[in-house]
Design a protein around this ligand. Sequence first.
Ligand code: ATP
Length: 274
Amino acid sequence: MFRVENLSKRYKTGDHALKNVSFSIDAGQVVGLIGPSGAGKSTLIRCVNRLVDPTEGSVFLNGRPIARSGSELRRARRRIGMIFQDYALVERLTVMENVLSGRLGYVSFWRSFARRFPQADVEKAFALLDRVSLSQHADKRADALSGGQRQRVGIARALEQDPELLLIDEPTASLDPKTSRQIMRLIVEICRERGLPAIINIHDVALARMFVDRIIGLRAGEIVFDGTPDQLDHAALTAIYGEEDWAVIHNENAEEIETTPHVVETDHAVAGMA
Ligand SMILES: Nc1ncnc2c1ncn2[C@@H]1O[C@H](COP(=O)(O)OP(=O)(O)OP(=O)(O)O)[C@@H](O)[C@H]1O
């Protein structure tokens, strides 16, 4: 289980980006983290992997606190798989080499320098490429792949490090709608198969509610919603994003749901444009 306790972050500039945030995530549960720009989503993710030092609070992964610095922090980071919006692949390396780079925290510098990974790591990488349907592309350079394929390499790389938590930053922001759904589906399936908890920082509310188990809504550094996608109604969306005319769209089950904010031009706004 993953747990965040009373996490707060005040930047030196005075921005109070997180205010006493607490929650836990069970094994295999995928949480969509939503909220307006500046709500503190990235700060929360960065406090978990300690790219940012929280001002107060603690983060626990399977009962163990994530250390503040030093070799313990490096060991803790191995337990956290990251998946990025821009994939963060090494373009000139092959798909297989990119996946194996997930082991860099484990193998010695000289082994990785010589690209001599243990056989077990190579076998695991093949199995993961198979799981993300990229076996046929193992020897291709990363820059020869489509966006969806690149993201699948990113997923396989994160899994190659045997993580106990996945932190996923806008995984579909650069992808078309169909590929976005495929990637979300794959992430959720893999988390369930492996009992991996995950946090997905995502702006696309409709996509999040289609796939994730649970949604946490942040506003001005505070959790203002924590519930299932079904519970994310007009009132909840207003609590997270503020008052808007929420456009009505249809989900896959053809139920009417309110999701994406749709700004209505007020007289004032129209007058301002004139
Ligand atoms: N390095 C920093 N130094 C100072 N203030 C920061 C820093 N990073 C973020 N902030 C501030 O902290 C608050 C939260 O920002 P954060 O980037 O975590 O929000 P976000 O929800 O991820 O936004 P977005 O969706 O636009 O990425 C904002 O007020 C932002 O200006």
